[in-house]
Structure formats: C-alpha cells, structure tokens
Design a protein around this ligand. Sequence first.
Ligand code: F6P
Length: 361
Amino acid sequence: MKSATKTCGILTSGGDAPGLNAAIRAVARTAMDVHGITVVGFEHGYRGLIENRSRVLKPTEFSGILARGGTILGTSREKPFKDKNWCDETDAPCAVRSIKENYRNLGLDGLVILGGNGSNTTAAMLAEEGLNIISLPKTIDNDIAETDMTFGFHTALSVATEAIDRLHSTASSHNRIMVIEVMGHKAGWLALYSGVAGGGDVILLPEIPYDLQSISRHLDQRCRDGKTFSIVVVAEGARSVEEAAMDKKKFKKAREKMSGSIGYRVAEEIQTATGLDSRVTVLGYLQRGGTPVAFDRILATQFGTAAANMLAAGDFGKMVALRDGNIVGVPLDKVAGRVKAVPLDHEMFKAARDVGTCLGD
Ligand code: F6P
C-alpha cells in the first residue's frame, strides 16, 4: 500500500529517558525502509522546530544507538504555547506561527513527537492547529494517561532498585535509617515499584500524604522486633498530611522555605521523632542516564514501529500506547493535561502493605 506520508519530522522533548534512541531508530528505520518516507530530525525538541534547526536523517545515523542513553536529537523543555512565545501583533504565539511555517516549508506530511506529559499536551495543541501529529509516551515517571507503561520507566526502576540494594549493607552496618529520594513529582510509580523491588520498609509518595507519627511508630516497632536498620524510599513529590491540607499557594510557600529536597526533610523529621541516626541519598539524574534495559528497548521499538506504520496509514492525532498488552493509538486530546497517578486501589499498594511496608498513612 502507498504511504500517506512522504516526508515526516521527528523530535524528542522534555527530560530525556532511556529508550529514546531505540524509539528514534524504530520510527526512522520503519519509516524509511518499509514505507519510503523521508525523515527530518529536529534538534532539542520544540526549540528546533521553532527555529528550524533540522536535518534530513541518514540511515547510517541509527547504527549503534539502540543501547545508547539520551537522545541523538537532543531535547529541551521549550513550550511553544507559553506566554513568552506570544507575539503582540498577532493573535497567535510567534513560536506556533514559526512551527507552522517550518512544517509547511519543509514539506512535512506528519510529525512524530517523543515526549512526556507537557510535551504531549503541546502535541495535542499542535494537532488542533492543524498539524498531523503522532506522539510516543516517554518518561521515567510512568505518569502519562492512557498508556499502561511509558518507556524509560523500567531502566530507572532498575537503577533505583540497585541503589536500594546497595544501601541495605551500609544501613545494617551502622544501624541507620537510610532515606533514598527517587524521582516522581506528581506520581509515585518509581518510588512504589523500586520500594517494593528493593524491600523498602517505608515508601512515601505523592498519592498518599504521610503522617510522621505512623512512620515513627513503624520504625520504632522494627527496632523492638530486633531490626537494627530501615530503608525509607521517598518520591520527590511526597507530602505530609499537613501539606496535603494546604491550598496550592500556601503549599508552594511552605516548600520554598524547605531547605534541600524532601528526602532531607523526611530524614530530619524521622531522626527528631525517633532518635534514630538517619542519612539521605538523592538518586537524581542517575535514574535517567545511561543504557536502557531490555524492556525499555523493546517497548520503545514497538512504539516506534507502530508510529511509523501510523504515519504511512495517515492515522494522526494519536499517541501510541500500551493497553492490556496491545500497542494501540489513543486520541491525543484524551492524554493532554492529565497525569496518571498510582490509583489508590492499585494492587501494588496491597502487595507492599502485605509484606509489612509502611506507606506513611
Ligand atoms: O522527566 C521527568 C523527570 O524525570 C521528573 O521525575 C523530574 O522531576 C524531572 O524530570 C526533572 O527534570 P529536569 O531537572 O531535567 O527538569
């Protein structure tokens, strides 16, 4: 069948995630080799699209990138619809006008966007502006709506789990509380899964506001049971019961006053409440860097080939998603502006509680 798309663009946007290169390779190889589509790569996300920093990708560019972390296209957190990109003399953002011009001048029939929540919201807005968009769900946070899994998550999960494993021996040698802070501002998938995989004794995440007294009781009980150390896994978006009761403004102010990140505060609170010696590890960007695990390479490859096939079929305005084991396209407007938090009835919460983990409540 003849491809509906002759020329397409591709860009990676938002924080990088392991598997981006595998996805780029899958989109480009399938688009070029199977459908004869010319693929134009934009540098540094939406910034490259606004400024037309682009190049026609060559087949040789994809050799050896499957296992490589980061993105060969570069990325940025540029948001074309943000106020700063607005032109006074027009009724549309300059950035969006440039994007449309570049899209037209380069002769694009479609654009593939690899991004997280913010990038998918922008993708939906560009689709509304008339561009033919297909997106892929990328983030280590696994918090994109309408897909069971994002690529990048499993690599970050392995890194965080290994870190927790390593903390066990030093925690037990010193009889300490080891607090480990992992990524996840709005959703606690990474904290919950790595906490379960690594046997965290306490897991704190944005979905369940924590009560310091419950945590102290749990840790004290462990001491009485003869357990001389504990591991506390904290998502960077974790908040206390008191904070959860605050309005947005008050919460923001309270957080501005906080010295260091949430992991430091939790460690201090625990040490003060229990008298137990506490230390902090903030895992940070180690979770995002480096080579993707096999699962992320496979998922990214499946997503990428599906995106290229959708380009050829002219099936636009969708994000490629994993649903009940199937790769499907979901309408972008169902994804835009949403965050997939861990549902409170998720079976992993039950499993964590069943093995004696305190979830802070
Ligand atoms: O992309 C998601 C994420 O990894 C979050 O978990 C984290 O809060 C954020 O990126 C930080 O990214 P940056 O510092 O690059 O903006």
